[in-house]
Design a binder for this molecule. Sequence first.
Ligand SMILES: C[S@@+](CC[C@H](N)C(=O)[O-])C[C@H]1O[C@@H](n2cnc3c(N)ncnc32)[C@H](O)[C@@H]1O
Length: 264
Amino acid sequence: LAFAPEQAALNRGFPPGEFDRLAASEAGHFWFQARNSLLLWALSKFAPDMRRFLEIGCGTGFVLSAVERSFPDAEVTGCEIYSEGLAQASRRLTRARLYQMDATALPFRDEFDVIGMFDVLEHIEDDALVLRAVRDAMTAKGLLILTVPQHPWLWSYVDEYSCHVRRYTAPGMRALLGMSGFKVLGMTSFVSLLLPLMALSRARKGQDPERFDPSDEFRINPTLNRILGLTMDVERWIIKAGVALPIGGSLLVYACRDDAPARH
Ligand SMILES: C[S@@+](CC[C@H](N)C(=O)[O-])C[C@H]1O[C@@H](n2cnc3c(N)ncnc32)[C@H](O)[C@@H]1O
């Protein structure tokens, strides 16, 4: 079902030509693998009994396909503004419902007990508008789980190419969620151990559009890919042990509605 095809034509939130490259690279790339492991851990810790899951901005469905496999009893829905992304997602997914829609105009009310937005909010000008729509789409006991790029000082041409509007700070995200009707349950940075490497790479290549090649991000020597993946594994163990990492390339946030009954 396409709810907002005209919005896809107007949207500047993502380069739709990137979906094929993403679909071909995600499964073998340390960053996508590590983020999936972190998200599945967070979902099984904070929403082990989830019944109805919505991912907003599901892209090629890489996260959603992992959710589909790990939560066989949950009803799984993905929405995305670009049909190019949904075409890739529909090849990966076996039972998820997929909708073409704009995150700023979600047609849902009190429907989902878990909503995920993974690296989507930074693509959208009016992020507060989206969060208010997300709150309306959630049940009173629902959980929102978000990942966003962190630290404005890391801003580079990579963000511009990726159609980011901003990188977030932890206090800024807390304030944004508060004014959008959410209560933050927890947050941690990730891509923390690799932050020096990331900062160096962004400083070297990410400031000069002439030297920037978007395929570089996906062309990683297999041994290096493995080492970076192991580093992310170590970091995940630290997070699982209950440590909220203060700095890192990305931020993971869990929140509930501010009128939610107390959680146990
Ligand atoms: C960086 S990708 C992340 C994709 C996927 N969530 C993942 O983690 O692999 C950002 C996604 O947000 C989608 N997006 C951007 N603006 C949107 C909007 N207004 N409504 C819905 N999706 C949007 C893009 O098309 C893209 O698929």
